[in-house]
Write a protein that binds this ligand. Sequence first.
Ligand SMILES: Cc1cc2nc3c(=O)[nH]c(=O)nc-3n(C[C@H](O)[C@H](O)[C@H](O)COP(=O)(O)O)c2cc1C
Length: 256
Amino acid sequence: MKKFAVIFLSSVMVLSLTACGKEEEIPNTSPASTQTEVSSEISTEAETEQMESVSESSAESESQETEQTGENASGEHILIAYFTVPETDGVDTVAGASRVVVDGEVLGNNQYIAQLIQQEAGGDLFAIETVQEYPGTHDSLLEFAYNEMSENARPELATQIENLDSYDVIFLGYPNWNADLPMPLYTFLEQYDFSGKTIIPFTTHGGSGFSRTISTIQEIQPNANVVEEGLSISRNNVPDAQSTVTEWIAGLDVMN
Ligand SMILES: Cc1cc2nc3c(=O)[nH]c(=O)nc-3n(C[C@H](O)[C@H](O)[C@H](O)COP(=O)(O)O)c2cc1C
């Protein structure tokens, strides 16, 4: 009986110690990496994927924070928003095309100029993308864009700026389409309030320059400071635009 009591008491002690151990684990103060390791051991494949996507997105937001080092001389933060539709057929890729190939990657003309601006000025890149994909071939794209313009369409955007308040200077790039802004630019400009911010337009084109687009931007955003010395580059000169971009940025009042 005595032996049974000893065994019983020992068991109670062991059980209560185990319970204490578990309770201490709840407010886990171990480093986040350790916690991830532990939970990943017991996670299902789906959970692992979910965790990977969470860690990817936190890496993305981290890199956004790190990237947001682009400032002008007054310490204002810079966003470089652009719309582009690289054409995949016909025209030569070196000059006169609606695309540039950099390290094997096909970039639209305005995407490439946006990247050059970022190299010079810093800031965050933002691609204005639509839900409806545009045709990549020249003739179909012309027809599609023409119809959109005739209908005065406002194509739905697939990408959103989440932290517009943190930017003061917005470089805004787009191709000249039918001597006007591409219709997604109307959606974009009507969707956000850029009051008090500086908008610096840039465009690539086949000969028309900006047409009236800078005035149009000013009309849609009357309380923004729209810089009239925007950068207009013929598509023929896009592949060699680096020094032009450098000089233009250096000459902008808002950057000095
Ligand atoms: C639908 C469409 C309409 C265009 N209309 C004009 C125009 O009116 N004037 C002009 O100079 N270029 C015009 N272009 C040429 C583009 O502005 C030029 O190819 C530009 O560099 C394309 O930029 P992206 O590669 O960033 O889209 C047009 C191109 C397309 C596809």
